[in-house]
Design a protein around this ligand. Structure first.
Ligand SMILES: [Fe+2]
Ligand SMILES: [Fe+2]
Length: 235
């Protein structure tokens, strides 16, 4: 098995953990990843780079595994202290994914760490601004926000695509990278098409089947999740 395969199996098993941890996560993770890869292509990244972004996007929220249900699944508005708890998930996720020399794992850690930064520097956890935010995280921020807004969540019903597009557009240059937002808005038909292709993947059945198919792994490979693979990918 190649080192790359070990990293992919590690990402897949962490994605599966996320999918089993909170309701309807698989849909959000698979759609967000597919949209992020589409955006990466639209901003001009090469195919290998787009594929790396697709593979790491589903673990962007892996730090939520450590957030208590009472906060993570709370319907309605969060109190200030609950918000502080949830805002720890990027750091926790980055730590879960950190420590590997493998490029894929490093990118995963970076995306988990910085997907809630805002272009104007008012995001969290580091308050990075502009191009100091890794490009992959700027891309995932747009894909993540759009998909989160257009799916129903425990604390609110879903929004129409048009309403979500207006919100992303209004956040261009403040919340979101204006270049990423521009390609997103200018190529929305392609973006929606990519989302639809992700939806087809979700018909695979169980969470394990969906995750295995997304990562191009056999279900057996995912079920075995070899310890050795974990160790080597993290080495
Ligand atoms: Fe997040
Ligand atoms: Fe998300």
């Amino acid at each position: 098995m190649t080192k790359n395969h070990h990293a992919v199996v590690t990402l897949a098993s962490l994605t599966l953990a996320g999918c089993l941890r909170y309701p309807h996560a698989s849909g959000h993770l698979v759609r967000t990843a597919t949209i992020a890869a589409c955006l990466a292509d639209l901003v001009g990244l090469d195919a290998a780079h787009c594929e790396r972004i697709r593979l790491v996007t589903p673990v962007h929220d892996v730090g939520k595994l450590a957030i208590p249900d009472a906060v993570l699944l709370k319907p309605g508005k969060l109190l200030a202290e609950e918000r502080q708890v949830i805002e720890r998930h990027p750091e926790i996720g980055a730590n879960i994914l950190a420590g590997s020399a493998h490029a894929l794992m490093r990118l995963a850690s970076q995306v988990a760490h910085h997907h809630h930064e805002r272009f104007d520097g008012t995001g969290y956890p580091c308050g990075l601004a502009g191009n100091d935010i890794p490009l992959a995280a700027r891309i995932v921020a747009v894909a993540d926000a759009f998909d989160a807004m257009t799916e129903a969540r425990c604390y609110r019903p879903c929004m129409s695509d048009d309403d979500a597009l207006s919100i992303v557009s209004a956040g261009s240059g403040t919340h979101y990278d204006p270049d990423v937002t521009n390609v997103f808005l200018a190529n929305i038909a392609q973006v929606l098409h990519s989302r639809k292709s992700a939806q087809a993947l979700l018909g695979a059945g169980s969470e394990m089947a969906v995750v295995a198919r997304f990562y191009g792994l056999s279900r057996g490979a995912l079920r075995r999740i070899p310890r050795q693979a974990m160790r080597q990918a993290m080495a």
